[in-house]
Design a protein around this ligand. Structure first.
Ligand code: DX5
Ligand code: ZN
Length: 220
């Protein structure tokens, strides 16, 4: 079994104090830092690019889990790898724009972990051609684009479907993960829990991360 990992999403951080926010969640027990990159095209929102990832790399000690919600990851992957992404995930919904296997293997050749993400209405069947090239599958439990949305229980069958297809890598879930949803997600087979609002909105972030970890561990 893959280890349980709590990955706070910096999308919910105070961007005027990013270094302190990174330190805060690392001290509070974060395993990975989840960075949401949006291009205003694949999703109707804009966030940040490689220069901000590089700045975060400069003050982080935990792995950077970079989630590309962009239409053309082929064009920008190297910039994010150069900036220090330790895991690089893009969306299977953009597979028609390039050779996804080639990009996943490129990420791996550069010594990083490669992932694909699926929107809530994309069947995991779409991942079948890529399963041997993936270290991580990021199951969206909200439609990509914004933090603070409500968890969609419809996606809970996806981790088990991935296992039935023979996928052996890590399974992450992203969107609406909180104390009230993390156990269902873990029970369904998730091992990486991305949480923005639930962690950054907590008065005691260490207690919140510990609570998520305890609930996930108990549910497995
Ligand atoms: C949504 C992002 C998520 C988001 C999670 O497009 O991929 O990582 O920030 O935020 P919460 O935990 O607030 O749903
Ligand atoms: Zn994300």
């Amino acid at each position: 079994m893959h280890p349980i990992r709590i990955a706070p999403s910096l999308l919910a951080a105070d961007f005027a104090h990013l270094a302190e926010e990174v330190r805060s969640v690392e001290t509070a027990g974060a395993d990975w830092l989840h960075l949401d990159v949006m291009d205003g095209h694949f999703v109707p929102n804009l966030t940040f690019g490689p220069v901000v990832v590089q700045a975060i790399k400069g003050c982080a000690t935990k792995p950077l889990d970079v989630h590309l919600m962009i239409t053309d990851p082929w064009r920008y992957a190297d910039a994010f790898l150069d900036a220090g992404a330790d895991l690089l995930t893009f969306h299977v919904e953009v597979e028609g724009n390039g050779d996804a296997v080639a990009l996943l293997e490129h990420v791996r050749r550069r010594g990083r972990k490669a992932g694909l993400s699926v929107q809530p209405d994309t069947p995991v069947e779409r991942l079948r051609p890529y399963l041997d090239h993936l270290d991580l599958v990021l199951v969206m439990s909200v439609f990509a684009g914004f933090g603070g949305q409500k968890f969609m229980p419809e996606v809970l069958s996806k981790p088990a479907e991935l296992r039935r297809l023979g996928y052996l890598g890590e399974v992450s879930m992203d969107g609406g993960i909180a104390a009230g949803t993390v156990a269902q997600s873990a029970g369904a087979g998730t091992n990486v829990f991305v949480a923005g609002t639930a962690v950054f909105g907590a008065d005691d972030r260490a207690a919140r991360i510990a609570e998520l970890r305890r609930l996930a561990t108990a549910a497995r």
